[in-house]
Design a protein around this ligand. Structure first.
Ligand SMILES: [Zn+2]
Length: 284
C-alpha cells in the first residue's frame, strides 16, 4: 500500500488499543525480514534506523529501498530515525525522505528540550514528516544512548501534556521504568504513572526498551492504549546468534545466500511474534 508517516497510524492504534512495532533494522537482511513479517501478518509497521545505521548506509540508499519495498507491499509502512540527537542528521533525514523522525532532547533541561524539539517539528511538518519527542529520561544503553540508573528520570504526566502543546510533536516517548538493552531478572514498571499520562493525553504514546519484557507486562502496557513499542536489542541478538548458529551447523557452506535466508527467517519469526502480541496483526 503505502509509504506513510507515523501520525495517522499511531492515532488509529491508540483508538483501537493495539500497538504498532518500531523495529530497528541494520541492513538489507533485517529490513527484508521486517517487511516480510508485516506482509505475512497484514500488519502496519515502522522501520527504525539509528543514527549509526544512517551514517553507515547513507541518506539516499535507505529511503530508496524502503519506499520501493513499501510500494510493493500492501501494508502501511513508516520509516523513522530513532533517537535523533544530532540536529544535522535529523535535518538530513527529513530532507532525504524519512517519513518520520525522533528528536531525543531528553538529556537537556526541560525548557531546552522544548526549544530544540519545536525547531525540528517546524521543519519536519513543513515536509509532511511526523515527529516523536522524548520527555523524562529512559534508562539503559543502546548505541550512542547511555543513561545510568542514577540519571533515569520518569516522565511527569502533567509536563507531558504541556510538552506536546509547546512543541507540536505527533507522539511522545515516555519513561515509566523500561530501559534500553536487556533486563536483569527484575524490573519495575510504573503503571500508575502511565495511567495518569494516558488519562491526561490524547496523542500517541511510545514505549522504548521493550526487548525482553515479560509478555504479561507487554499486554498490560497495551491495555493502557500506548501506540508504539520499540524492539531493537532483541533483533540484534537474534541476528548475531543465528549467524553464529548457521556457521557452526554448516562449517563447509560457502554460499552466503543460504546463511542470509536462515538469518532472515529467524528475524522475521521474532518480528511476527511481536506483531501478534502487539495486536497489530491483520490491522493493515
Ligand atoms: Zn529508544
Amino acid at each position: 500500500m503505502a509509504y506513510v508517516n507515523t501520525k495517522e497510524m499511531l492515532i488509529k492504534a491508540r483508538e483501537q488499543k493495539y500497538v504498532v512495532g518500531g523495529f530497528n533494522i541494520v541492513n538489507h537482511t533485517s529490513l527484508v525480514a521486517v517487511f516480510e513479517a508485516a506482509k505475512e501478518n497484514r500488519s502496519p509497521v515502522i522501520v527504525q534506523t539509528s543514527q549509526k545505521t544512517v551514517l553507515e548506509l547513507g541518506y539516499k540508499v535507505l529511503p530508496a529501498i524502503i519506499k520501493e519495498l513499501a510500494d510493493e507491499s500492501d501494508v502501511p509502512v513508516a520509516m523513522i530515525l530513532d533517537h535523533g540527537t544530532n540536529t544535522e542528521i535529523i535535518k538530513n533525514c527529513i530532507l532525504s525522505g524519512w517519513s518520520s523522525v525522533m528528536i531525543d532532547g531528553s538529556s537537556y533541561p526541560y525548557e531546552e528540550n522544548i526549544k530544540i524539539t519545536k525547531k525540528i517539528v517546524e521543519l519536519a511538518h513543513s515536509k509532511n514528516v511526523s515527529v516523536e519527542g522524548e520527555l523524562g529520561h529512559i534508562g539503559g544503553k543502546e548505541e550512542h544512548i547511555s543513561v545510568d540508573s542514577s540519571e533515569v528520570l520518569l516522565t511527569d504526566p502533567e509536563k507531558a501534556v504541556e510538552f506536546q502543546k509547546k512543541t507540536g510533536i505527533d507522539s511522545l516517548a515516555v519513561a515509566i521504568g523500561t530501559k534500553h538493552g536487556f533486563y536483569d531478572s527484575k524490573y519495575e514498571l510504573d503503571f500508575n504513572r502511565l495511567g495518569k499520562i494516558m488519562d491526561l493525553t490524547d496523542f500517541p504514546i511510545v514505549i522504548h526498551g521493550c526487548s525482553g519484557l515479560a509478555e504479561k507486562d507487554l499486554k498490560r502496557l497495551i491495555s493502557f492504549g500506548v501506540s508504539k513499542m520499540n524492539i531493537s536489542t532483541e533483533i540484534k541478538h537474534i541476528y548475531i546468534d543465528s549467524c553464529r548458529q548457521y556457521i557452526e551447523d554448516h562449517p563447509d557452506e560457502y554460499e552466503p545466500v543460504k546463511k542470509i535466508s536462515f538469518v532472515q527467517q529467524q528475524v522475521k519469526d521474532l518480528v511476527k511474534k511481536y506483531m501478534d502480541i502487539f495486536g497489530s496483526t491483520n490491522k493493515a
